[in-house]
Write a protein that binds this ligand. Structure first.
Ligand SMILES: *Cc1c(COP(=O)(O)O)cnc(C)c1O
Length: 239
């Protein structure tokens, strides 16, 4: 465990250096960017060590893994983000531990989240996941609402009891016009965020960038980066 602690501390320090360097390069303050550590596939013991090392935001993408982990770590001062594609039959469970859901991408999900948030007496922060590789009205292959659908979905979240509209999230597309062009993709997300904030000024979170492209996200103006591999190591198998 001590070895693992040293490993995580070392990795965190390197990621911290990268974020700081990216902020300096972009002329931004370090406090403008929040690190979210994506702990998916890794055990609750790692989450506990990360918390001891000062991490305050963690993210998970599968309810089956996340629910027991969050329960084991419920004594820790952590903010839990849900970042995976979410089926409506998992919403009740997710609302039990997630402070924010970053993968809101359709009206049925908004309805289900609202119902369960009210039932649980919780307020759930919502980020709309934007599919930059989708057509103007379709949804993306890995989830996400197309840019043309943001406004309508945002209004729906803003009016839904138990939900709070916090901003936008994206994953850099692997296909389409933005493939391999993370900086351009993240700048597009920032433009969409600017549009969103005209009607919803408080929805100012912009979640973009992972282990491989956090610098591009910080340069484009992201407020939150989601880093897994660079902190915890390469995940075995799919995740
Ligand atoms: C796994 C995951 C991440 C982290 O990816 P890494 O490349 O491991 O840093 C970020 N965002 C989402 C939505 C993820 O599923």
């Amino acid at each position: 465990m001590t070895d693992r602690r040293d490993e995580l501390a070392g990795n965190l320090a390197k990621v911290e250096e990268r974020i700081t360097a990216a902020c300096v390069a972009a002329g931004r303050k370090r406090e403008e960017v929040t690190l979210i550590v994506v702990t998916k596939t890794y055990p609750a013991s790692d989450v506990r060590v990360l918390s001891e090392l000062g991490v305050r935001h963690v993210a998970e993408n599968r309810d089956q893994d996340a629910a027991p982990k969050a329960a084991e770590c419920s004594d820790l001062p952590l903010v839990w983000h849900f970042v995976g594609q979410l089926q409506t039959n998992k919403v009740r469970s997710v609302v039990g531990y997630a402070d924010l859901v970053q993968s809101v991408d359709r009206s049925r999900l908004v309805t289900a989240l609202s119902k369960e948030a009210v039932r649980a007496g919780r307020e759930v922060g919502c980020l709309l996941q934007v599919a930059l590789d989708a057509g103007e009205s379709a949804r993306g292959e890995r989830g996400g609402v197309a840019p043309g659908g943001i406004e309508e979905l945002a209004d729906l979240v803003a009016e839904a009891p138990g939900l709070r509209l916090d901003g936008l999230m994206t994953v850099a597309p692997l296909t389409g016009e933005y493939a391999g062009r993370q900086r351009v993709a993240f700048e597009r997300l920032m433009d969409l965020s600017t549009d969103l904030r005209r009607a919803h000024p408080a929805a100012n979170m912009v979640s973009a960038g992972m282990s491989a492209d956090l610098e591009e996200a910080v340069a484009a103006g992201a407020t939150h980066v989601r880093v897994g591999t660079a902190v915890l190591g390469v995940r075995p198998g799919l995740g």
